[in-house]
Ligand binder design. Structure first.
Ligand SMILES: *[C@@H]1O[C@H](CO)[C@@H](O)[C@H](O)[C@H]1NC(C)=O
Ligand SMILES: *[C@@H]1O[C@H](CO)[C@@H](O)[C@H](O)[C@H]1NC(C)=O
Ligand SMILES: *[C@@H]1O[C@H](CO)[C@@H](O)[C@H](O)[C@H]1NC(C)=O
Ligand SMILES: *[C@@H]1O[C@H](CO)[C@@H](O)[C@H](O)[C@H]1NC(C)=O
Length: 273
C-alpha cells in the first residue's frame, strides 16, 4: 500500500515537472522567435517593447495601447479620438514619440485628439488656447490657421483669456503644447508625445534588454530577453522543483485524511494554471 502510494507520487511529480518545465520553455521559445525589433521600412523607427506591430507580431510583444501598424512603409499609430497619425520617430530613452499628421494640419489634431484614456501626454508644456471661428479676417497680429479656414470663415488660435472679437465665436478651448504658440500657423511641425509605463517595464528597459509580455501561470509578466539566459533558467528549474515539492506535500498532507478521489481533484486544480 505504502509502496504503491510512493510510486504514484513519484509519477505525479515527474509528470508535473515535465509539464511545468516544458510550458515555460515553450513560451520562451515562442516569445523569442516573434518579438524581435522591427520597422516598417528603410529609415522608419525601430519598433520594440512597449510598441508592437499588429498583423506582424503577436499582441504579447507589447502593451495594448502601444499598437502600431505599417502602411506603405510608414509607421502609424491610431487614436480613437482622431484616427491615424504618422510615427516619425520613437526615442525609447526619453520616452518621446514624434508624430506627424498625415493631413498636414496639426491644429486639427489638437482640436480633436483626446489623450485622457491613453498612456500618452504632450511632451511639451501645454497651455489653454481657444479656437475661434470668425466670419471676417482679424488683423495680422492674429495668425490664421489656414488648414482649418475657408473662403468664408477664418480660424484663429488665441490665448483663452482674450476678449472675443465681434465677428468670432469660440469653437473649443484646448490645452495645446506651448511650444506651438510662436508657430501657430505652421503645420509642418511635428507633434511630440511622451508616454508613461509601469515601473516594472522601466526596470526591464533600464537593463538594456529587449522586453515583452510573457504568458505564464500568473498571467502576463514582463520579461527581459537578453537577461533570460543562465540565471533565468536556474530560477525556472528552482521554481519547478519548489512547485513539485509543494504539490507533493499537499498530496501527503491530504492523503492522511481525505480519500483518493478528493485528492486527485486538488491535484487537478493545481495543474490547471
Ligand atoms: C517599401 O519599401 C520597399 C523596400 O525599400 C520598396 O521596394 C517598396 O516599393 C516600398 N513601398 C512603398 C509603398 O513605398
Ligand atoms: C476626453 O474624454 C473624456 C472621456 O472619454 C472626457 O471626460 C473629456 O472631457 C474629454 N476631453 C476633451 C478635452 O474633450
Ligand atoms: C485649461 O482649462 C481647464 C478648464 O478650465 C483647466 O482645468 C486646466 O487646468 C487648464 N489647463 C492649463 C494647462 O492651464
Ligand atoms: C466655422 O464656421 C463655418 C461656417 O459657420 C463652418 O462651416 C465651419 O465648419 C466652422 N469651422 C470650425 C472648425 O468650427
Amino acid at each position: 500500500m505504502i509502496l504503491r502510494f510512493m510510486v504514484s507520487l513519484a509519477m505525479d511529480a515527474a509528470f508535473i515537472f515535465i509539464l511545468v518545465f516544458s510550458s515555460m520553455f515553450l513560451s520562451t521559445e515562442a516569445f523569442q522567435s516573434n518579438c524581435f525589433t522591427l520597422n516598417c521600412g528603410d529609415g522608419a523607427p525601430d519598433i520594440r517593447f512597449p510598441f508592437w506591430v499588429s498583423g506582424r507580431q503577436p499582441h504579447y510583444c507589447g502593451r495594448p495601447a502601444f499598437e502600431l501598424s505599417c502602411k506603405h512603409n510608414t509607421t502609424m499609430i491610431r487614436f480613437p479620438s482622431y484616427g491615424d497619425l504618422v510615427v516619425k520617430s520613437i526615442s525609447y530613452g526619453d520616452r518621446k514619440l514624434q508624430l506627424l499628421d498625415p493631413n498636414n494640419c496639426v491644429h486639427q489634431v489638437f482640436l480633436n485628439l483626446n489623450l485622457s484614456h491613453t498612456p500618452f501626454r504632450y511632451y511639451y508644456v501645454v497651455k489653454n488656447y481657444t479656437y475661434l471661428n470668425c466670419s471676417t479676417r482679424l488683423p495680422p497680429s492674429f495668425s490664421e490657421v489656414s488648414c482649418l479656414s475657408g473662403p468664408r470663415h477664418h480660424i484663429y488660435t488665441v490665448k483663452s483669456s482674450l476678449v472675443l472679437p465681434e465677428s468670432c465665436r469660440p469653437v473649443k478651448t484646448v490645452a495645446i503644447p506651448f511650444s506651438y504658440s510662436p508657430y501657430l500657423a505652421d503645420n509642418s511641425f511635428g507633434l511630440g508625445l511622451s508616454w508613461s509605463s509601469p515601473e516594472r517595464d522601466e526596470d526591464c528597459e533600464a537593463k538594456g534588454g529587449q522586453c515583452g509580455l510573457q504568458t505564464g501561470c500568473l498571467g502576463f509578466s514582463i520579461k527581459n530577453l537578453n537577461f533570460g539566459d543562465v540565471s533565468d533558467k536556474m530560477l525556472k528549474i528552482l521554481l519547478c522543483i519548489l512547485t513539485v515539492i509543494l504539490v507533493m506535500s499537499i498530496k501527503i498532507h491530504h492523503s492522511k485524511k481525505v480519500d483518493m478521489q478528493l485528492e486527485n481533484e486538488n491535484l487537478l486544480e493545481v495543474l490547471r494554471c
